[in-house]
Design a protein around this ligand. Sequence first.
Ligand SMILES: [Ca+2]
Ligand SMILES: [Ca+2]
Length: 324
Amino acid sequence: MRELLKDNRGVILLLVLSIIALFTVMAVNFGADEGLDIELAYNFRDSFQAQDIARSGVEAAVTILKKDDPTYDSEDEDWGGFPEYALAASQYLKGPAFTGTITDESGKFDLNSLALGDDKDKAFRTAQFKRLFSALDIDISQGELDDLAEAVKDWVDEDDETVSDAENDYYQTLDDPYECKNGPMDSPEEILLVKGMKPEYYYGKENTKGIRDYVTVGTGGKINVNTASDVVLMSLSDSVDEALAETIKAKRPFKQPSSNWAQTLGISATTEEAAALQNKIIDIKSNVFSANMRGTMPSGAQINIKAVLNRVNNDVKIVYYRIY
Ligand SMILES: [Ca+2]
Ligand SMILES: [Ca+2]
């Protein structure tokens, strides 16, 4: 008995400390209704434990991405199997549960890329942005979509010059005025502030999806063909339909860069489009991943953490962290 206590002193101390912490909460609230107080104390403890579980998920994601082969990124690698690992880990926890995913953000369209590069680059990305709407069958007229694309570009570009009447002058005349960003968005939800953008275009309606799952910020505009969804593949060119998107997905993973991506992917493109795809758009790897983790306690207490992870050389840094 004494040996056991000695070896596990750290664990026992931790347990005792948590019980003391719990007891303090109970003591503070003691009085009116003992039953309710104990329930409150347990909820308090449970939400902390749920948060610890979710946080350990983010730490695990960082470790997995540090060990990952950075020359190509595809969901058949360890990071792509994260939901299964989380499930297996939950089985050891006996009660508390842990779920999570790691997503490659370079499989999505970077809204900030609308303002990057020269006029040709911007034109290519504007076309990409519009194709997301048509691939998703979003109910918007061509004129409104043209204006919206210009307005998003005006939101993220530095200058105050406009063809869409969606620069600072416009936002300052609103009932609740705000500044035009004139810089990169910090999160994709920011698009909801842009003139002409409706919540249903972002979140979707009963029968149609919005652009939410297909847009991101901070990747620089390269699309990882190994992780792009059908909709994002269809944004690459008018010639990519659902059938070609499926054909491309069947050829994954691409572990080596191609010397002619349009040809490799079977995309019919003009010389100019082919050059843009080759030099500015297509990639087989990523530097930006998001980790969405959830810890759940048997009482129902639940905490989610979203973290955005940047991989630079062989290091992985957390650049965004939200607990909710
Ligand atoms: Ca990889
Ligand atoms: Ca601007």
